[in-house]
Design a protein around this ligand. Structure first.
Ligand code: UDP
Length: 328
C-alpha cells in the first residue's frame, strides 16, 4: 500500500485531499485530534488515527506502524481573527506541533512533505496580484505561525535533506462537486459558510467587518479558491516532492488570481440562496489584511496546476448544495 500521512485529514481541506489520494491509488493515514475535524469526514477506505501532533510518541507510533511515503501536513488552527486573542495557542499548535512532526519524520526517514501554509504570510501588499517573491509580512499570529513553520522547513531541507513544498492557500471555499465532503467548522467564522448559514436561517444578520479599507467598496478583498482545486494542488505537489531527489524547498501560491470583496460575496450568496441578508456594518476585524489576491504563475509552471473552477458563483453554489443536503 502506498500510504500518505495526512495530519488534519478529518478537516475541510483534508477530507477533500483524502478523496483525491484514494482516486490516485494512495492510502491516506489520517492523524487528527478532531478539534476541528469530524471522524465521518474521513473516507471509509482511509486509515484514521485520533491524535495530536504535539505528542511525539503518538506520531512515532504512526510512522513505525505505517511507514508513510510522505506527509501532507494540514493539522493546525486556522482562524486569523481568533489568533489575535489567543496567539499562544496558535504558536503551540501550529509551530510546536509542526516541530514535533518534523522531528518524528526525520527519525523515521520520511522526508517528503507538503505543508499547508497561507496567503496570510504576506499581510498587506502593495501589489494587486501577490507573487511568491513578495515580502513575508503577516498582520496576525496565524500568518506569523505559518511563516515560522516555513522557515523551519527550509532549514530541515538544507540541513536534513527534506524535500518540502509549502502551499500558500488563498481562501478555501466550496465543497466536493459530488457532494461527498464540505465545510463544517464549529463554531464557523468564515465568510461564505456564515452567509449561507444566515440565508438558511432566513434573516439571521451578517456582520461586515470594516467598510473603510482602501478597496473599491471599502470592504476586504479575498481570492476564493475551490477546495477541489486545492486538493488537486496537493496531489500535484505531493507527486513533485516524491519525484525530486535533491533536497529543496518551495513556496507556491494556490489561488484563482481574482479578488472579491466581502460585499460582493454577500450579494452572490443572496443570489444563489434566493434570500435577502440583513447586514450589520461593524468595525474592522483586528489583524485583517485589506486585500489578498494570488498570482498563480508558479503553481502553473512548477506543478502544472491551474484552477478548474474559475467562477465564484459555481464555488459558492457547491458549498450551498452541500449545506442544503447536510440537513436531509
Ligand atoms: N468577514 C466578515 N464577516 C464575517 C466573517 C468574515 O466581514 O462574519 C470578513 C473578514 O473580516 C475578512 C473576510 O470576510 O475580511 C474573509 O474572512 P474569513 O474569516 O472567511 O477568511 P480569512 O481571510 O480571515 O482567512
Amino acid at each position: 500500500m502506498k500510504k500518505i500521512l495526512v495530519t488534519g485529514g478529518a478537516g475541510f481541506i483534508g477530507s477533500h485531499i483524502c478523496l483525491k489520494l484514494l482516486e490516485k491509488g494512495y492510502t491516506p493515514v489520517v492523524f487528527d485530534n478532531l478539534t476541528n475535524g469530524h471522524p465521518d469526514a474521513v473516507p471509509d477506505e482511509a486509515i484514521f488515527i485520533q491524535g495530536d501532533i504535539r505528542k511525539k510518541k503518538a506520531l512515532d507510533s504512526v510512522f513505525a506502524a505505517h511507514s508513510p511515503l510522505a506527509v501532507i501536513h494540514l493539522a493546525g488552527l486556522i482562524e486569523a481573527g481568533q489568533s489575535m486573542s489567543s496567539p499562544g495557542l496558535f504558536y503551540d499548535v501550529n509551530v510546536t506541533g509542526s516541530q514535533v512532526l518534523f522531528a518524528s519524520m526525520q527519525q523515521y526517514d520520511c522526508k517528503k512533505i507538503v505543508f499547508s501554509s497561507t496567503a496570510a504570510v504576506y499581510g498587506n501588499s502593495e501589489k494587486y496580484l501577490i507573487d511568491e517573491s513578495e515580502p513575508v509580512c503577516p498582520t496576525n499570529p496565524y500568518g506569523r505561525s505559518k511563516a515560522i513553520v516555513e522557515t523551519i522547513l527550509a532549514d530541515y531541507c538544507k540541513i536534513h535533506g527534506f524535500r518540502a513544498l509549502a502551499l500558500r492557500y488563498f481562501n478555501a471555499a466550496g465543497a466536493d462537486p459530488a457532494g461527498r465532503a464540505g465545510e463544517r467548522h464549529e463554531p464557523e467564522t468564515h465568510l461564505i459558510p456564515l452567509c449561507l448559514m444566515a440565508a438558511k436561517n432566513n434573516g439571521r444578520a451578517m456582520s461586515v467587518f470594516g467598510t473603510d479599507y482602501p478597496t473599491p467598496d471599502g470592504t476586504c478583498v479575498r481570492d476564493y479558491v475551490h477546495v477541489d482545486d486545492l486538493a488537486d494542488a496537493h496531489i500535484a505537489a505531493l507527486q513533485y516532492a516524491m519525484k525530486a531527489t535533491d533536497p529543496a524547498f518551495e513556496q507556491i501560491n494556490i489561488g484563482r488570481e481574482e479578488g472579491s470583496s466581502v460585499l460582493e460575496v454577500l450579494k452572490l450568496c443572496e443570489k444563489i440562496t434566493n434570500c435577502r441578508l440583513k447586514i450589520n456594518f461593524k468595525e474592522r476585524r483586528a489583524g485583517d489584511p485589506y486585500r489578498l489576491v494570488s498570482h498563480n504563475e508558479k503553481a502553473k509552471n512548477l506543478l502544472g496546476w491551474e484552477p478548474k473552477f474559475t467562477d465564484l458563483e459555481d464555488i459558492i453554489s457547491h458549498a450551498w448544495k452541500f449545506m442544503e443536503q447536510a440537513d436531509r
